[in-house]
Design a protein around this ligand. Structure first.
Ligand code: AMO
Length: 427
C-alpha cells in the first residue's frame, strides 16, 4: 500500500483505494462501536475510524494524543467527516506511544508560548510555517528573475550598521565583536563584484521594546544593487511585495483562509504604491493633533495613524538626516534631507527601510565624524568609495513583520518558530 499524504486524500485523489498514512494522533473520541482517531501529518488532518470487530481496536484504545502512528485502511468520502473524507482503518500501528500531552484546549497563550516546541504541532503553527516557507520561495524567485545573485553575509561583525543602542556584543577570542544588525555594509562591498546581490539572513537587535512587532532575532530580506537611484529602489521594492502577495493568493489560498486572514488585502496590492514625503507625513499627523514635530522620528502611533489613511502599503521618503543612519545619501539641493524611504503597512507600520547610499567619500567621512563614529572601524567601508565608487541603493525587509501583516497575526512572535525577545529565549 502506498504511503500517501492526508491532503491527497482530502483532495479526493485516493477515493475508494487502500492507503497508508503516517502521522500523529491529533484528537480522539470513542463511542461503543467506533473509535474516531483524528490524525495529522505535515499536509493535513483526517478522521480515521476503527470498529470494534477490528483486531486494531486494542491498539486504538491504547493510542494517546500525539502518539505517532502508521495507519493502513481505505480512503472514502463521508460528508459527516470534517474535510469530507475519512479512512476506514484496517490496521493501526503505534510507533511512539505519547505520555499525557500537556496542551489541552483550555491553555492560555502564555502557556502555549512556553511550550512552543510542542505548540508548533498545532494546525495554526503548521499553516503559518508553510506560508513562511512559501514567502521565502517567492522572494528567492523574484530576485533571481530580476538578475540578483544570492550571497552569504557574516553574522559576527566588528562594525555597527544601525547604531549602538541595539547592538548585541560578544566576546570573540578575547575581542569585542557584535552580532549583525543588517548585512547592508557587506552587501555594499559585494555589489562591486556582482552588481546586484541579495541575502535572506538573520539579524539581531538588542531591542528593549516589548511590542507586537519587535524580535531580538529576525530574518532580514536585503537586496543591494549598483547603478541605481531612488526611483529604481521603490520600483523593485513595490514589485517584490506585489509578487509575494499575488503568489501567496494563488498558491497559499487554503492556508491563508484557514488562518482567517483577510486575503482581499493581499489581492488588493497593486503598484505603484502611494508615496509621500516625510514633511507631508508630519503635516498630516499634526493636522490630526498627534504630538510630533518636524525632525522627530515616527512612533508606532504615528505610523499607524498614517497607514490607516492609505489602507495598504505606501512609501514615506526624504527624511531629516538627523534621524537616519550615517550611510544615507544627502539630497544635494537640501542637505537637511536624506534619500531614505520606509515602506509602511496598516496595523504594523514600518516593514522596510531602504535608500540611496552615500557614494561620495568626503560626504561619508563628514557623516561618520558628525555622528562621532570611530573612523578606523569603517575604514574598509570607506574603501568602497575610494575604489570605483558607484551610485547604489538597497533595502531591508523584515520577514516576520511582513508575515504578521499578511496573515493578520496578533503578534510577530507567531511568525517565527522559536521567537527570541527580551523575555523569550526558551525553548
Ligand atoms: P532597519 O533597522 O529599519 O534598517 O531594519 C529594516 C527592517 O528590519 C525589520 N526590523 C525588525 N523586525 C523585527 N524585529 C526587530 N527588532 C526589527 N528591527 C528591524 C523591519 C525594518 O523595516 N540596513 C537598514 C536597511 C537599509 O537601508 O537597507 C536597516 O537594517 O521590517
Amino acid at each position: 500500500m502506498p504511503v500517501v499524504t492526508i491532503q491527497g486524500i482530502l483532495d479526493g485523489k485516493h477515493e475508494g483505494k487502500s492507503v497508508t498514512v503516517r502521522g500523529w494522533i491529533y484528537r480522539k473520541r470513542e463511542s461503543k462501536k467506533t473509535i474516531f482517531l483524528v490524525v495529522r501529518d505535515a499536509s493535513g488532518i483526517i478522521q480515521c475510524t476503527v470498529k470494534t470487530d477490528n483486531p486494531s481496536w486494542i491498539e486504538a484504545e491504547k493510542a494517546t494524543i500525539e502518539s505517532s502512528v502508521i495507519i493502513k485502511g481505505t480512503a472514502r468520502q463521508d460528508k459527516r467527516a470534517p474535510g469530507g473524507y475519512e479512512i476506514a482503518v484496517d490496521k493501526l500501528s503505534i510507533i511512539g506511544l505519547a505520555e499525557i500531552f500537556p496542551i489541552t484546549q483550555d491553555k492560555s497563550e502564555e502557556f502555549l508560548r512556553n511550550v512552543r516546541h510542542l505548540w508548533l504541532r498545532s494546525h495554526r503553527m503548521n499553516l503559518i510555517m508553510k506560508v513562511r516557507s512559501e514567502v521565502l520561495r517567492f522572494t528567492h524567485e523574484f530576485f533571481r528573475k530580476e538578475g540578483f545573485i544570492e550571497v552569504s553575509p557574516p553574522m559576527f561583525i566588528s562594525t555597527a550598521c544601525e547604531g549602538g543602542s541595539t547592538l548585541f556584543g560578544l566576546k570573540y577570542f578575547g575581542r569585542d565583536l557584535y552580532l549583525t544588525q543588517s548585512a547592508q555594509l557587506y552587501l555594499e562591498a559585494l555589489i562591486y563584484s556582482l552588481e546586484k546581490v541579495y541575502c535572506v539572513a538573520p539579524s539581531f537587535r538588542a531591542e528593549k521594546s516589548r511590542t507586537i512587532r519587535h524580535l531580538s532575532e529576525y530574518w532580514h530580506i536585503e537586496p543591494e544593487w549598483a547603478f541605481a537611484d531612488m526611483e529604481d529602489l521603490m520600483h523593485i521594492e513595490e514589485n517584490l511585495l506585489r509578487y509575494i502577495c499575488q503568489k501567496t493568493v494563488k498558491n497559499c489560498r487554503r492556508e491563508v483562509e484557514s488562518l482567517d486572514a483577510d486575503i482581499s488585502k493581499l489581492k488588493a496590492v497593486k503598484t505603484p504604491f502611494p508615496r509621500i514625503t516625510y514633511t507631508e507625513a508630519i503635516e498630516n499627523l499634526m493636522a490630526k493633533d498627534l504630538k510630533i514635530k518636524w525632525g522627530e522620528d515616527f512612533g508606532y502611533d504615528d505610523e499607524k495613524a498614517l497607514a490607516e489613511e492609505f489602507g495598504g502599503p505606501f512609501f514615506v521618503y526624504a527624511y531629516p538626516r538627523q534621524i537616519k543612519a550615517f550611510y544615507c545619501k544627502t539630497h544635494r539641493d537640501n542637505p537637511e534631507l536624506v534619500m531614505s524611504t520606509d515602506l509602511l503597512v496598516p496595523r504594523i507600520g514600518e516593514i522596510s527601510t531602504g535608500g540611496v547610499r552615500e557614494d561620495d567619500k568626503e560626504e561619508l567621512l563628514k557623516r561618520i565624524r558628525e555622528l562621532s563614529l570611530k573612523e578606523e572601524d569603517y575604514d574598509w567601508y570607506i574603501d568602497l568609495r575610494r575604489y570605483g565608487t558607484v551610485p547604489h541603493v538597497g533595502f531591508g525587509l523584515g520577514l516576520e513583520r511582513l508575515l504578521t501583516w499578511m496573515l493578520d497575526l496578533e503578534n510577530i512572535i507567531d511568525a517565527i518558530p522559536f521567537p527570541r525577545t527580551i523575555r523569550r529565549f526558551y525553548p
